[in-house]
Ligand binder design. Structure first.
Ligand SMILES: N[C@@H](CCC(=O)N[C@@H](CS)C(=O)NCC(=O)O)C(=O)O
Length: 204
């Protein structure tokens, strides 16, 4: 099994999960600054020209959430509730909420403070950060309320929904996300950081 990655949040979820599940893979690091995601060869694996991409025999898969389900099925892990339709609905709700709403809420902070500095993509766009504040507070309030009496996002245990939701928010301190009013979110993020594979997801 091969996993293509760059040092960014979507592959991070997959790499952390792989490590957490103890799955072996060949990890192929690409570089978004040198055109290695824009080759014809890579476009045959993922026409979106993005990572993560998983190749396992004849299976070629893109989209981090789909890859996470694949990895859980391969490992027989309940981080994806393969045999429980009611729990699947709960996990998919949070995967979807992440992709449609939470990513938008935290994405500008993450892009401006983490992606730009990781890949030398230029100066901070302060108006963009300020413009994202209402969206941030709206959705942070919803997630904070949801986590009021919960240890994890779904199913009363760790699932792939936690990895999906936390992949940008984990950088809340460095990315200067204004989390002051959302202690349930920061406690949950700190709790996840106690998982060794989540704390150090990158291949050696
Ligand atoms: N929805 C996709 C997002 C994939 C994505 O945007 N990957 C980014 C890294 S987080 C990427 O490959 N960026 C490099 C580029 O666009 O050149 C997923 O969940 O896998």
């Amino acid at each position: 099994m091969q996993i293509y990655w760059i040092k960014a949040q979507a592959p991070l979820r997959v790499l952390a999960l792989c490590k957490h599940l103890g799955l072996q893979a060949e990890f192929i690091q690409l570089d978004p600054t040198n055109g290695s995601l824009k080759t014809d060869e890579f476009a045959k694996l993922n026409p979106n020209m993005k990572v993560p991409v998983l190749v396992d025999g004849d299976t070629v898969l893109w989209e981090a959430s789909a890859i996470m389900v694949y990895l859980c099925n391969k490992a027989g892990s309940s981080l994806w509730p393969a045999n429980n339709p009611a729990e699947q609905v709960e996990v998919i709700k949070w995967l979807s909420w992440n992709d449609c709403h939470w990513m938008e809420a935290v994405g500008t902070f993450y892009f401006e403070h983490i992606v730009k500095s990781t890949f030398s993509f230029g100066q901070l766009d302060i108006p963009a950060i300020e413009g994202s504040l209402p969206t941030f507070h709206h959705y942070a309030g919803i997630l904070n309320q949801h986590l009021q009496d919960r240890t994890y996002a779904a199913c009363n245990r760790l699932t792939i929904a936690d990895f999906q939701l936390a992949s940008m928010a984990r950088y809340w301190r460095e990315a200067k996300m204004p989390m002051g009013d959302y202690p349930n979110i920061t406690s949950w993020l700190d709790r996840l950081m106690r998982l060794p594979a989540w704390a150090e997801p990158w291949p050696a």
